[in-house]
Write a protein of this length. Structure first.
Length: 399
């Protein structure tokens, strides 16, 4: 039987919690914001900072080169790509922006995108439309609230230069059908940019199966890495079509006084200066996730999130707002008479971490549904059913 059809081994939740120091201090339902780092990640970051303090930053980077270079190999294994197709950045927004602003666009060129786009992505669309005269067009949602692939197919033509999709939005629990979109874009001449900020570390991601040309991700969310880490996948076949918006000696070679050449790998999208401690931590985070198995993580996260949705739906005055045929570990809801910002603060005082999504970060989603704010939970594999019960009880008591 093929590996993809095998049921994943259950996660040892107690072991996962013992490797997560934060579990003894808080009920952390905010992995969609920034997750709790496991001990191997924390130890790796601290060890490199100690090394920098002892021998100097440049010297520590040189000595630890095998450790931070391993980040490219770890990411390549997770995404099923080549290490030369990867750039490591300081966050997912910078990774996405480096890819997006590298795409040549002009008057009449079309960008197709969905209703799940995050504020930073949409602002970039508006800026480039203002500067270039390109068009930004919304693909309708289907009856489940996800991107309508039939509508997308009908909108594709030779003027479409980019299809940009958020895999898993921050403002509701849907998972967009990324592979279906990839099949539609393939062979069209358009580039396909997938924002995987929330899905990396939560779901298996195979860039070959998805069919994307570009993919951006972060370390701090479901991957459980340190803040200040992100990455960009650039399919090698499209590299020469892209001209990064910034240049420096990490991304290009100064060949002669009046001539330069871009690097021949995806590191043309990097900057030279970075936190090597964080990059080492990112490598550890990927390895830690892979040690559990992303199929197993996806199964446990999905089960816990559905348990939370179903339990919340029984609480008087609570309404769950998640969309999608397939749902993620992000759960959004409101309770009558309780502002989500107040809910976040009051729960925080009880040692329960959540966040609130405001319409300003997702106008295409929340504003269109008449929602000003929603409470947002990001559940992960180290969470438990007992924590779900405690959380729902706390929400039930609020008025």
């Amino acid at each position: 039987m093929m590996q993809g059809y095998l049921r994943p081994m259950p996660i040892d939740v107690q072991l996962a919690r013992s490797l997560t120091p934060g579990c003894s201090h808080v009920l952390h339902f905010n992995s969609c914001g920034s997750s709790l780092m496991p001990t191997p990640v924390l130890d790796a970051v601290k060890a490199h900072l100690d090394l920098e303090a002892r021998i100097g930053g440049y010297e520590a980077a040189a000595q630890a080169m095998p450790h931070w270079e391993r980040a490219y190999d770890s990411l390549a294994g997770m995404l099923n790509c080549d290490r030369n197709e990867l750039a490591i950045t300081e966050n997912a927004s910078r990774a996405w922006e480096m890819a997006f602003h590298a795409i040549p666009l002009g008057p009449g060129d079309r960008i197709l995108t969905g209703h799940a786009e995050y504020v930073s992505n949409w602002l970039a669309f508006l800026l480039v439309r203002q500067r270039t005269g390109c068009r930004v067009e919304l693909v309708p949602n289907d009856e489940h609230g996800q991107i309508d692939t039939h509508a997308l197919s009908s909108m594709m033509d030779q003027r479409v230069k980019l299809v940009a999709l958020t895999h898993m939005p921050s403002s509701n629990g849907l998972i967009n059908p990324a592979e279906e979109v990839g099949r539609l874009v393939k062979g069209s001449g358009a580039l396909y940019l997938l924002d995987a900020c929330q899905s990396v570390g939560q779901l298996p991601l195979d860039v070959k199966a998805i069919g994307c040309d570009l993919l951006s991700g972060t370390g701090r969310k479901f991957l459980r890495g340190p803040r200040g880490t992100g990455f960009l996948f650039v399919r090698k076949e499209v590299l020469e079509r892209l001209s990064p918006p910034f240049i420096e000696h990490q991304s290009a070679n100064w060949d002669e006084l009046e001539r330069f050449s871009w690097r021949m790998d995806a590191r043309r999208f990097e900057t030279w200066e970075k936190s090597y401690a964080n990059v080492i931590g990112l490598a550890q985070a990927v390895d830690h996730a892979m040690s559990w198995g992303l199929d197993a993580i996806a199964e446990r996260v999905g089960d816990l999130a559905n348990e939370l949705r179903n339990t919340l739906a029984t609480v008087p005055g609570v309404r769950v707002h998640d969309l999608g045929l397939r749902k993620s570990g992000i759960v959004t809801f409101t309770k009558n008479g309780v502002d989500p910002m107040r809910m976040m603060q009051e729960l925080g005082a009880q040692g329960i971490n959540i966040t609130a999504a405001r319409k300003e970060i997702a106008r295409l989603d929340l504003e269109e549904r008449g929602l000003d704010r929603v409470a947002r939970v990001g559940i992960h594999y180290f969470n438990t059913s007992e924590e779900v019960e405690r959380f729902v009880a706390a929400v039930s008591d609020m008025s």
